[in-house]
Write a protein that binds this ligand. Sequence first.
Ligand code: SAT
Ligand code: MN
Length: 599
Amino acid sequence: MLSFKNSLLEEWINEVVKLCQPDSIHLCDGSQQEYDILMQEMVDAGMAISLNQEKKPGCFLFRSHPTDVARVENRTFIASKKQEDAGPTNNWVDPIELKATMTKLYSGCMKGRVLYIIPFSMGPIGSPISKIGVEITDSAYVVANMRIMTRIGNEVLALIEEGWEFVKCLHSVGKPLEPGEKDSTWPCAPSIDQKYISHFPEERLIWSYGSGYGGNALLGKKCFALRIACVQAKDEGWLAEHMLILKITDPKGKIAYICGAFPSACGKTNLAMLTPTVPGWKVETIGDDISWMKFGEDGRLYAINAESGFFGVVPGTSMQSNPAAMETIQKNTIYTNVGLTDDGDVWWEGSGIPAPEHLIDWEGNDWTPDCGKTAAHANARFTTPAAQCPVIAPEWEDPAGVPVSAILIGGRRASTIPLVIESFNWEHGIFLGSIMGSETTAAAIGLAAGVRRDPFAMLPFMGYHVGDYLQHWLDIGKAAKDPAKLPSIYMVNWFRKNEEGKFIWPGYGENSRVLKWIVERAEGTGEAVATSIGNLPAPKALDINGLNISENDLEMILHVDKEAWLAEIDSIRENFKSYGEKLPPGLSSQLESLKERLS
Ligand code: SAT
Ligand code: MN
């Protein structure tokens, strides 16, 4: 029996210990020494490889099981008491039934293993915007990653003992060990239908079973900081969003903070660390994935980065695409599922470094450039401390957060959506957020061709009904003391293609040209023209000095394609229908007004 001053913590832990039957228990203090010991144990057990210490000091490589390589959306459940509260975009299961199923799985699931208790804080410890969780896990890999991605240990436990409320996060890899059985290098449940990533929003409770990878297992990230936190945010009047936060400084030294919602694999990390091509402008990073926003005394929205590390996609990261990330991941970084070179370094596709003649691939096999397979898995990840990032903003851990001037939203659209649209007002901005999405191809498994609408890039991360979620965004606008102080909302699209199927906009550092216009709009100097779909940059308002782009291409990405937008309206209406009665009236009227303006 473990004892704590906080009786809720004590009861929960002892209940879990009784159910899962671990061999031993370890309460994490969060120290460097604890981390070093865990890593050494994993190296000794053959689960981790310590990389070449001259080239990559403090870095380790893990290889996951080939069936356990990414978030499993079809095994992710929102078990609210009522099905209608989960809405049409989530997998719902009755919470009583789900708990019964999972309790059977959890029974004895930690036999032969250590049960780790991780007290953690999402956001700077003690900040009025931060929240606390406790993850119980049987994976030392999870402990190590959580120590980078969140703030863990004694300081957080002290707050819980003082009575701070905490979110209960239970995780097991789902692979008990028989007496004397040798552990595998990446234990997980043997089949996909034994994996469960479950959320009980009313109880602020997370139960995850069967996977050790990323957001399935690091429960502070998508499970807590988005799916549970967005329910807390709705109840308490704030926002928990899938957004990067960047700081931008103009040549006169004037500062603005911008949040941005983009779906996975649309370059959030790159945008958060961008090197502007416009002379005199500077971008620094506050966060790359999760932004929590609350009104300050002055009526502005203040954002914190809920995390303390970056869990970024490795393939494609290079000195060209993201030099700041490249520098960040040279030390104290956990690599998962990349190639291992013969001299103990790591290599991946799109690194900008020529492929070595031989390496060991992410599955542990010999690899040569002509072998027909990739060395790194497409969802290989780095886990790296944000504090190491060369362009991290000095105020990134300010407990008060940073005041947000603008919110970007954007997906991958080959047509229709111009480079940038400024919303007319808050409600119109929420409408744009509700219709954002990316084109899918019929080639992707299980997805029909067309636009997959992904409101605010939260589709896989909404802990409740999508209609209620969008209504909450509208309500935040109504709750503002001074609507003029609300951030302006901009829809952006870096992914427009021409007739030959080539990207028109060069992206990367050149995106600073769009950011510059947005900042100038906030300052009142940038010029715009009102169109039927929103305000677009006036001719010449977008700084294209030194950019190699033809008149024709520029005209194409700043053009309102009426035919395409009329077709878009039909597709939006279809999507809105699926919300049923919970479609916010404000959004249907926005759709009707758009139609009127277009005709
Ligand atoms: O695996 S994670 O959910 O943490 C990363 C992602 O899918 O964005
Ligand atoms: Mn993300």
